[in-house]
Write a new protein. Structure first.
Length: 197
């Protein structure tokens, strides 16, 4: 009886030890899973931080005025037609809007920029400029017979910047259109001026 009892206890002890070993393996797996989850969370947080930093730097780089040195231009016969719809500075914000094109070719993408040229030192400031959709310009240049009509919908441009970000001295600046559509590179002196105040 005592031998059986002792054998039973020994078997139970072995089973219990096996269970302990099994529980120990389960604990190791659970710890490994927790570590993996923690690493994934850290990776996602770090990735979101990098994405936020990249977006901030991108916004900062495209939403500020920069100094600009024009290229030496070759003599060409490009005749840029343009119109400035809005040119104002109310003391807080500078806003410029209009369109520009060279007749005779579709404008697939707009690479026009607005520059301000100082009257005092002849330096150029390039403003962040966005494309504006202008189907009215396409309509104005369309032939009534429908022949040789071109798409000028992407000829519009818009520049807007707070005077705090612009940070220019109080003086007069000429509005210059830097036309770079369809492989052209033309500086257009508009004769229009902005008074910074």
């Amino acid at each position: 009886m005592s031998l059986k009892a002792s054998g039973f206890q020994g078997g139970r002890k072995q089973r219990e030890e096996g269970r302990y070993i099994l529980m120990d393996d389960e604990t190791k797996v659970a710890n490994a899973n927790d570590k993996t989850k923690r690493n994934i969370c850290l990776f996602l947080i770090f990735g979101m931080f990098l994405l936020f930093a990249f977006c901030f730097l991108l916004y900062y780089s495209i939403s500020r005025a920069t100094s600009y040195v024009p290229m030496v231009l070759s003599d060409d016969n490009h005749e840029v037609q343009y119109y400035i719809d809005i040119a104002r500075n109310d003391g807080n914000r500078t806003v410029l809007e209009g369109w520009a094109l060279i007749p005779g070719g579709d404008i697939v993408s707009n690479n026009t920029y607005i520059l301000l040229r100082s009257d005092l030192n002849n330096e150029f400031i390039k403003l962040p400029t966005m494309m504006r959709f202008r189907p009215d310009v396409t309509g104005a240049f369309s032939n009534s017979d429908g022949e040789e009509n071109f798409n000028y919908n992407n000829s519009g441009w818009y520049a807007s910047l707070s005077n705090r970000k612009l940070n220019l001295p109080f003086e007069q600046y000429e509005i210059i259109i830097l036309y770079r559509n369809n492989n052209a590179y033309v500086l257009v002196e508009t004769g229009r001026y902005l008074e910074m105040r």
